[in-house]
Write a protein that binds this ligand. Structure first.
Ligand code: IMP
Ligand code: MG
Length: 204
C-alpha cells in the first residue's frame, strides 16, 4: 500500500521547490513578514479601528478569499458593535501573477444603506479591487466607506492609487503568498508572508 505520493508527483512541484502535502511542508520563497510581526501589527490595527469606531456600528466587508485569515485575527478581539459580510473578488485566476482586473464572483448580501463600512482586504496592489468595491458600496447607499489592508505593495508607477485608511505593512512589489495570500489557490495556510523566489510563468 502506498501511503505517500512521491514528491515528484506533488502538485506543488511546479514552483521548483519541495512542498509535499504529506509531510511537514517546506515553504517556498523567502520570508517577507514573520508571523510574530504580523500578529503584533494586526493587534495595533485592531486597536486603531476600535478607537475610531468606538461610538459607531460598523459593517465590515471582507474581500474573499485572501482576507480570510487577516479578518479572523483582526476582528476577534475588537470591541466594536459590528456586522461582517463577505464579497468574493478574483483578479488572479489560476497560475497568473499579473492582475487580470477585479471581478466580483460572489456579491455581498448586506443592506449597505446608511452604514459605516470598512472594506478589509489582504493586499493593495494596483488599487483596482478596493476602488471598484468602494464605489459599489457608496453606490449602494453607505454613509461612510473606509478600507483596511494588511499589506500595501510599493508601486511608484501608480500616482493615482487611493491609499487605504488602515495599512499593516508596506511590502516590495513581488508576488507574495501566505497568511491568506495564494498562488494558484495554494499556500494560504503558511503562517508568514513570503515572496516567491521566481515569478512562475503566467498561464492563461
Ligand atoms: P489590486 O486590485 O491590483 O489592488 O490587487 C488586489 C488583489 O489582488 C488582492 O485582493 C489580492 O487578492 C490579489 N493580489 C495582489 N497581489 C497579490 C500577491 O502578491 N499575491 C497574492 N495575491 C495578490
Ligand atoms: Mg483578493
Amino acid at each position: 500500500m502506498q501511503l505517500r505520493r512521491p514528491l515528484s508527483e506533488s502538485k506543488y512541484m511546479h514552483l521548483g521547490e519541495p512542498f509535499s502535502e504529506h509531510s511537514l511542508p517546506e515553504a517556498p520563497g523567502r520570508v517577507v513578514v514573520v508571523a510574530d510581526d504580523i500578529s503584533r501589527r494586526v493587534r495595533e490595527l485592531s486597536e486603531a479601528i476600535a478607537a475610531d469606531y468606538s461610538d459607531r456600528e460598523l459593517t465590515i466587508l471582507a474581500v474573499l478569499t485572501g482576507s480570510l485569515i487577516f479578518l479572523a485575527d483582526l476582528i476577534r478581539k475588537m470591541p466594536v458593535m459590528m456586522r461582517v459580510d463577505l464579497v468574493s473578488v478574483s483578479s488572479y485566476p489560476g497560475r497568473t501573477t499579473t492582475s487580470r482586473g477585479p471581478r466580483v464572483t460572489t456579491p455581498w448580501t448586506a443592506d449597505m444603506d446608511g452604514r459605516d463600512v470598512l472594506i478589509v482586504d489582504d493586499i493593495l496592489d494596483s488599487g483596482g479591487t478596493l476602488k471598484m468595491l468602494r464605489e459599489a458600496v457608496l453606490k449602494a447607499g453607505a454613509a461612510d466607506v473606509r478600507t483596511c489592508v494588511l499589506l500595501s505593495k510599493s508601486r511608484d508607477d501608480l500616482s493615482e492609487r487611493v491609499e487605504p485608511e488602515y495599512v499593516g505593512f508596506d511590502v516590495p512589489d513581488e508576488f507574495l503568498i501566505g497568511y491568506g495570500l495564494d498562488y494558484d489557490g495554494f499556500y494560504r495556510n503558511l503562517p508568514d508572508v513570503r515572496a516567491l523566489a521566481q515569478k512562475p510563468e503566467a498561464s492563461p
